[in-house]
Design a binder for this molecule. Sequence first.
Ligand code: PHB
Length: 394
Amino acid sequence: MPHHPAMTRRGILKAGAAVLATSIVKPSFAAGEPLKIGLIIPLTGPFASTGKQIEAACRLYMRRNGDTVGGRKVELIVKDDTGVAPETTKRLAQELVVQDKVNALAGFGLTPLALAAAPIATQSKTPMIVMAAATSIITSKSPYIVRSGFTLPQVTWPIAEWAPKNKIKSAVTIVTDYAPGIDAEKTFVSRFKAAGGNVLESLRVPLRNPDYAPFLQRAKDAKPDALFVFVPSGEGSALMKQFNDRGLKQAGIRMIGTGDVVDDDLLESMGEVAVGVVTSFHYSAAHDSPENKAYVDAFMKANHVRPNFHSVGGYDGMHLIYEAFRKAGANADGDKIVEAMKGMKWTSPRGPMTIDAATRDPIQTVYIRRVEMVDGKPWSIEFAKFENVKDPGV
Ligand code: PHB
């Protein structure tokens, strides 16, 4: 009978030590444990529509693609950070990492909230998928941030180039006075001027409790060909109402902007006043592709509202997480997951999508769209496009 080491006392001790060592170095995410995604979004307050769109899209992704990856059940842990309260977002990110031991953080409805959570991602080496916040600098704040939405400079410059070629020679800019608004203003002003346009005035409206009326009156008095606007999603209806009430449209002043102002979540309720607004953006619920038709149908069936651009940020963010864990292995650590996300390419409901390996920002098509009535309802209809657009920075 061969002498088996496990039969000796030393052998038994050695075997015991090996078991012990294995249990110490064992990754905290053993096979079979759920793969946890901590989703931090505003579900109450003025930006609740952002959170509702993102959560609905994440749940739709899981329904359409299954709720397991590499044998691990995917668990979504949803936290409401209530809107613009960076300290709350940071605390929630910390709790999700330390107590829930999430494998990825995701969501982030506004720039100040993404910036507040960035150090937590870095310290804990947790991948952080920014689905909504869109200021250019965000991905530079942590090597663990990957963005699935868009950046403001990326979606702003195409309309600045389009406008002077389409009878818009002068403009007044109105943006919300915080980082993404400043990104939009700077990008529009420099690109519009370079393309031969003249900026008459640049106005900034407060983020909290904005009153658009005095700004729109001032813009009207300047008599520009067009008003360039950026407001964060959720604000479009209030701005559009004042644009109408102040008679800017009637005075022949056109509205152009990034697509945030004609957010698909609100567009239907804006009605006629939005017709003719031209914007550049990466997503319209009216995007004509089989992937988008299936997406919009499924989303509307489940939620009874149109999906907006934040929803595709959420949907594609889930795709990134699923595919990265598939590619790197279901028990891979944060560094390997971020590596796996770099350079990833797929067809999204919005069109072709790539994660820039250098910046971890999306490279995507930006469309020029005009609001038109189709079957009695306003939609942003795409009519021109700029392909493979990267974040140009500001
Ligand atoms: C942002 O805070 O980065 C943000 C929020 C909503 C938008 C765009 C940007 O529509």
